[in-house]
Design a protein around this ligand. Structure first.
Ligand SMILES: *Cc1c(COP(=O)(O)O)cnc(C)c1O
Length: 384
């Protein structure tokens, strides 16, 4: 086994489990193993934990407990929102509007509906900084549109979308609006009322909770078809015996994120600024991608012209720096980032991407060390 990376700068891919979250989960992996649907004491304990977790998640989002559907991941929450709402809305039309910079969980769900179920999908373009064009979004809406899905904060470049402004457009036409808030929840105060969204996805492992658990907020009155059929859990919206430990972990992680948000964001934001300044100084022709101000605090993404990003990532890993080229799906292949292409960068630049994403346990020393490593390895990683 290779040594574990010493400097973890890939928090947008996943985050370490907070030990306090693990502590909260352990009883439900141990003695409190009851099925929440059963009627004896250990089951009632599990039911109570589940109910409390649902209340916590709902309160964190400004939602009602009945509007929270627990899922097995952020991807499942996205897929449920898109496919579930599309199927429920089929009698009214078969048109979906999304953006060109969405996560693959959203894009591939839309492609599935187009290929297998005859839906039309409009991909609204973005400007150079990755912001969805509101006028184009409005122009894309028609009488057959049954869903709009635009992410809150982009997982590759960090750009935030004007979701509240989009909600005013969709609301006026009675079209449900979904937002993938997987990167934003935990670091931003996310309130479904203030955003005006009808559906919202989140995932525990992006906010120091466990992998394999997420949630979908579904505004009361919005109809979705279930993807998982069975015992009627989650008010018939998603069958399966509940992942009680995971759900308790999600709720605990959200509660901690809320309580510590200001401190985490201040710390991460300062480290991000230090990192950006360091990288731009260390790599002379480096470009910072994403919106200069309307961005998530933890993601710093760059184009390093001439650099082969896979070679760079391997060299960084060899020196103990864990980083990414952008989305997990594009790393490991030579495909240029669909996000950077949509932002108007040519393929040769979209292939030269580096994403560094920070967490609350990173330090200024780590940032400086990572910048020093980058200065050293970038000249070794230039394409022929
Ligand atoms: C990580 C991520 C997902 C997928 O969540 P999983 O729990 O890993 O399936 C979806 N959308 C965005 C923006 C993400 O960053």
């Amino acid at each position: 086994m290779p040594a574990l990376p010493t400097i973890y700068l890939d928090h947008a891919a996943t985050t370490p489990l907070d030990p306090r979250v693990l502590d909260a989960m352990l009883p439900y992996l141990g003695p409190r193993y009851g099925n929440p649907s059963s009627i004896y004491a250990s089951a009632r304990e599990a039911r109570q934990a589940l109910d409390e977790a649902r209340d916590t998640v709902a309160a964190a989002l400004g939602a009602q407990a009945s509007e929270i559907v627990f899922t097995a991941s952020g991807s499942e929450a996205d897929t449920t929102a898109i496919v579930g709402v599309a199927f429920a809305g089929r009698p009214r039309g078969r048109h979906i509007v999304t953006s060109a910079v969405e996560h693959h969980a959203v894009l591939h769900s839309c492609e599935y509906l187009a290929q297998e179920h005859g839906f039309r999908v409009t991909y609204v373009p973005v400007a150079r900084h990755g912001t969805v064009d509101l006028a184009a979004l409005e122009a894309a809406l028609d009488d057959e549109t049954v869903l709009v899905s635009v992410m809150l904060g982009n997982n590759e470049v960090g750009t935030l979308q004007p979701i509240a402004a989009m909600a005013r457009l969709t609301r006026a036409r009675g079209i449900p609006l979904h937002t993938d808030a997987v990167q934003a929840v935990g670091l931003l105060a996310v309130d479904v009322g203030a955003l005006g969204v009808d559906l919202l996805s989140l995932a525990a492992h992006k906010l120091h909770g466990p992998k394999g658990v997420g949630a979908l907020y579904v505004r009361r009155g919005v109809r979705i078809h279930p993807l998982v059929h069975g015992g009627g859990q989650e008010r018939g919206r998603r069958a399966s015996t509940e992942n009680v430990a995971g759900i308790v972990g999600l709720a605990t992680a959200l509660r901690l994120a809320q309580a510590e948000r200001a401190a985490r964001v201040a710390r991460i934001g300062a480290l991000r600024d230090r990192l950006v300044a360091g990288v731009l100084a260390a790599v002379p022709n480096a470009l910072l991608t994403g919106h200069p101000t309307a961005r998530l605090p933890h993601i710093a993404s760059f184009i390093l012209p001439g650099v082969e990003s896979e070679t760079l990532l391997l060299n960084l890993d060899f020196r103990g720096v864990a980083a990414s080229s952008g989305s997990a799906c594009t790393s490991g292949s030579l495909e240029p980032s669909h996000v950077l292409l949509a932002m108007g960068y040519p393929p040769e630049l979209a292939r030269a991407s580096l994403r560094l994403s920070l967490g609350p346990t990173n330090t200024a020393e780590e940032v400086d060390a990572a910048v020093a490593v980058l200065r050293e390895v970038v000249p070794l990683c230039c394409a022929a």
